[in-house]
Design a protein around this ligand. Structure first.
Ligand code: GDP
Length: 206
């Protein structure tokens, strides 16, 4: 599943453009620049799949990726889809943009029965910020299972990683829909990727 070619199937700017419900979906959320594109690319072993860039997101779309080689017909569905949610937390974002993000994401979270889990990415250097807490609250409200993934662990001292995992775990324990185990990754150093792949495979099997 991972390590085979994946393809982009569509960008969804509003609910009516969602593909029909089919394979189990795993979504990724995080502040802009958290390393979300890099992690998705590293996870599936496909460098150019999700776009990596520092430009604050213009189009707010849910981007759908599936492994290649399935027609999508009822008897030939891909085993899963990855959904790259638009980044959040731009310092300069106007209120209308934040509201549009919240509407699209909340509608999706609440309305998608095939969504199995959301991975919320947190930059190891920054930790959990106020807008991450707002996203946790949205996920709790939608009652969607979610798990925290620390990114860019190569940017902090090795000894700091277990401490950051524990600090982050303490912060999410009070959140009803959060999965208490925190994953730690580095796309750059290929760390923690197998743990994340295994967590995803377990989540889609539920
Ligand atoms: P996105 O906006 O969340 O999709 O973030 P990107 O994947 O585009 O990454 C943002 C920046 O962080 C880029 O300059 C990446 O090269 C860098 N980056 C991403 N992952 C890592 C990582 O694991 N380690 C390091 N050191 N840098 C990373």
């Amino acid at each position: 599943l991972f390590g085979r070619p994946w393809i982009f199937i569509r960008g969804v700017p509003a609910m009516k453009f969602l593909p029909p419900e089919g394979p189990p979906e795993i979504a990724f959320a995080g502040r802009s620049n958290v390393g979300k594109s890099s992690l998705i690319n590293a996870l599936v072993g496909h460098k150019g799949l999700a776009r990596t860039s520092n430009t604050p997101g213009r189009t707010q779309e849910l981007n759908y990726f599936v492994p290649d080689g399935f027609s999508g017909a009822d008897d030939d569905l891909p085993p899963m889809a990855l959904v790259d949610m638009p980044g959040y937390g731009y310092a300069q974002a106007p209120k209308e943009q934040v509201d549009a993000w919240t509407k699209l994401v909340f509608d999706y979270l609440r309305g998608r029965s095939t969504l199995k889990r959301v991975y919320v990415l947190i930059d190891s250097r920054h930790g959990v910020k106020k807008n991450d807490e707002e996203v946790f609250a949205l996920l709790d409200k939608a009652a969607v299972s979610y798990q925290i993934v620390l990114t860019k662990t190569d940017k902090i001292k090795d000894a700091g990683v277990p401490r950051l995992i524990e600090e982050t775990r303490q912060k999410i324990l009070k959140h009803p829909a959060a999965y208490p185990d925190v994953l730690a990754t580095s796309s750059e150093k290929s760390r923690g990727l197998d743990d994340l792949r295994n967590a995803i495979l377990t989540a889609i099997a539920r």
